[in-house]
Design a protein around this ligand. Sequence first.
Ligand code: FE2
Length: 248
Amino acid sequence: MRIVQITDLHVGREGEETYGVDVRANFRKILQAARQRRPQYLVLSGDLCYRDGDAEVYYWMREQVDALGIHYEVISGNHDDPVLLARAFGRENLLKGAELYFTRQWGDKMVIFLDTTPGMVSEQQINWLREQLGKLEQEALIFMHHPPLEAGVPFMDANYALRNQADVQEILLAHPYNVHVFTGHYHVEKAVRKQNILVHITPSCFFQIGQLSEHFQVDHYRIALREINWENGVMMNAVHYLGGEPQR
Ligand SMILES: [Fe+2]
């Protein structure tokens, strides 16, 4: 299967000032870049909204994504509201209480989508994840907003890491196969591995964060998507940055 992941769009309300970045233009550009790659599936992995979940922003984004005609899934980030998001994208049926986590069967693979909106994976969801992996007798593919491992990005690790990483890691490490996890949230491009857990952090469509400083620092404004191809038992993935001038 061929998947394109885009993340951390941080779209504001029409006319809202967003650090001088035209996030709406970035969103349109990344969708066009996604379409050019002709994926079977598109995943928007959270932080669709600039700061707080906003129905108006979600409806605007849905219009743009629907127009592509590509099957897509949306998960919630810490700058989203999973209930507003699910309603705007017509996926209320996927809500479990106020959380948006679910699986999809894509070809012969089950894909797991988690909800880390509060900066952690709830106890109810932890139990559900354990059940899902228990049923899966092969490598796992998970999309979640927060990385379940520290990533060597001091500012993000110290301030915004997933709070119950240890609980999540325990479940993933117990899976007898590899667990491929695709995330956003950190606004960096990075691959991190711990035993059978392989985490790929995809850059933002807003700005990228400096990976050396303990303080907030913008690294650059180029935006990117991640392409994941999983065919015949081989998984490859790559980040593609949009060319040309910085997207500012
Ligand atoms: Fe985030």
